[in-house]
Design a protein around this ligand. Structure first.
Ligand SMILES: [Zn+2]
Ligand SMILES: [Zn+2]
Length: 497
């Protein structure tokens, strides 16, 4: 049984829906749509795949809209043939924002919920299109008892592509009150943008130097719901770059993700921030499922395997991924140059593989554990990206800022511009290269893998030895009573600080 539900679609699908549902005569209209499930750890998303538009005589438009049983059977049959579920969308031409189900629509959708489930094997998704601002409301019809179907309201409907537009169900996810602490923030982009930003469930994958800065920015900006992912333990050599990490954290063998979660709660300006800390990699089954629960992800990792997993989430599961990276040229022990990148993997935009952020050939190498094997690393050429570890706080701050700018542009679309392409910044020349075109021809991600959700034929998750060892190491350490006592004292001190 689905208890938390959401709907996601690409900009392409949204544009085709708008084109069909916005009638010049302002009458209501409708269409069937095929959907596939994307199952997270707590939330299930219906990914809209394709429209089954009505043909002449399929619908009966007179004030409210109705359709023939031939049209329903044809659509349901098509859904079953493609292993998809059936969604029904009708319009409220003068509606705005989230559309709730009224009595007439309830009875109409309830009448074919059972047949939809029988034919497709998946529950009926009902949606209402608000014609005045092209937003949606949605619900899923589940069987609670024989011949009893009950709608579960979605928490949001997401449109992903050049722009990221999310319509929230105000009943399930109420807009947070802007607080006095956010006066300057709200004056920069207005209350409506703040309400949409603050309610996004954002995941930050990797709580290293860049991830920690991004978490700080999101918490200060007033985001209410964060999921943080990292399996690493903080070490002394992280302290020159890791905001909020202290010498005491190193001595107490703290997980980086716990430091990030603690910092998010302390820096939050929102009224009640919810922070979940996952000591897992996004390539582990539970980490991947928890990442699929998010509306948007920040990628702050530097390995090929997690990047491949995030690339899959962006295209197959329609969770946009804001990615970045740093490369420092310090040949001969002198700073010769530095570059940092920021871009978003999402339908219509170039994927992480096409941008060159990871080499797919290295993914199986990392899965075998060879990238954690010193002899493999020393066998690579001196300037191999997997070998180069040079980094400083200043470049992390630049990369974090560039990623945050990409995020803000996509969500808030300043002056109506949401996509400024992938950016590559050069320190030595002070210039920025832009890539505006999408994936290279032949790339599978933004083509055949698009919106496949749970039906994706490639498996990207598996056991991750380094993550398992890091957790086991911390468990062993945390089991000692002297450490427990010292952690308790540290937590109490930080509470009263
Ligand atoms: Zn209606
Ligand atoms: Zn690609």
């Amino acid at each position: 049984m689905i208890s938390r539900f959401s709907v996601a679609m690409t900009t392409d699908v949204a544009e085709r829906l708008t084109e069909h549902l916005e009638r010049p005569d302002s009458q209501e209209d409708c269409t069937f749509v095929l959907w596939r499930p994307s199952t997270g750890s707590r939330r299930t998303t219906a990914l809209l795949v394709d429209l089954v538009l009505p043909e002449d005589g399929d619908r009966i438009v007179r004030g409210t809209v109705d359709f023939t049983s031939e049209y329903f059977l044809r659509s349901a049959g098509l859904a079953a043939e493609h292993g998809c579920g059936l969604a029904f969308i009708h319009s409220h031409p003068r509606g705005r924002r989230w559309q709730r189900l009224n009595d007439i629509d309830y009875a109409a959708e309830e009448s074919f919920a059972a047949q939809s489930l029988t034919i497709t094997g998946l529950p009926l998704v009902g949606m209402t299109f608000a014609g005045a601002d092209a937003r949606y409301g949605a619900r899923v019809w589940q069987r609670h008892a024989p011949r009893t179907y009950v709608p579960t309201e979605a928490e949001n409907v997401r449109v992903v592509g050049d722009r990221f537009t999310v319509t929230f169900n105000d009943t399930l996810i109420p807009a947070p009150r802007a607080t006095n602490l956010q006066l300057r923030t709200v004056s920069a982009w207005g209350l409506d943008t703040q309400k949409d930003l603050a309610r996004l469930h954002v995941g930050v994958v990797g709580a290293g130097s860049v991830g920690m800065l991004i978490v700080e920015a999101l918490a200060r900006t007033g985001l209410q719901h964060l999921s943080l992912f990292d399996f690493d333990t903080v070490e002394h050599l992280n302290l020159d770059r890791l905001l909020h990490a202290t010498d005491r954290d190193v001595r107490l063998h703290r997980a980086k993700v716990d430091i990030a979660a603690r910092a998010a709660r302390q820096s939050a300006t929102g009224t009640d921030i919810r922070v979940a800390a996952y000591e897992s990699s996004v390539v582990e089954t539970d980490g991947f499922a928890a990442a699929a629960d998010c509306d948007l992800l920040f990628s702050c990792v530097d390995r090929p395997w997690p990047r491949a997993a995030l690339n899959l989430l962006a295209y197959a599961h329609l969770v946009p991924v804001v990615d970045g990276g740093i490369s420092v040229d310090a040949r001969g022990g002198r700073l010769r140059g530095a570059e940092w990148r920021a871009h978003i993997a999402a339908p219509g935009r170039a994927c992480l593989e096409c941008i060159g952020q990871y080499d797919p050939a290295h993914v199986p190498v990392e899965r075998d554990g060879q990238l954690d094997d010193p002899s493999y690393i020393t066998g690579l050429s001196e300037d191999h990206p997997l070998r180069r570890k040079e980094n400083v706080f200043i470049f992390s701050a630049n990369a974090a800022a560039a990623q945050l700018n990409q995020f803000l542009t996509m969500v808030a679309a300043p002056s109506g511009i949401a996509d400024t392409g992938a950016h590559l910044h050069h320190l030595t020349t002070g210039t920025v290269d832009q890539r505006l075109e999408g994936c290279d021809s032949g790339c599978l991600y933004d083509d055949r893998l698009r919106a496949l959700g749970d039906h994706t034929p490639v498996s990207v998750t598996g056991p991750h030895r380094a993550a398992e060892e890091a957790r086991a190491d911390r468990r062993l350490y945390a089991g000692r009573w002297s450490i427990r006592l010292r952690r308790l004292v540290a937590d109490v001190l930080s509470y009263y600080r």
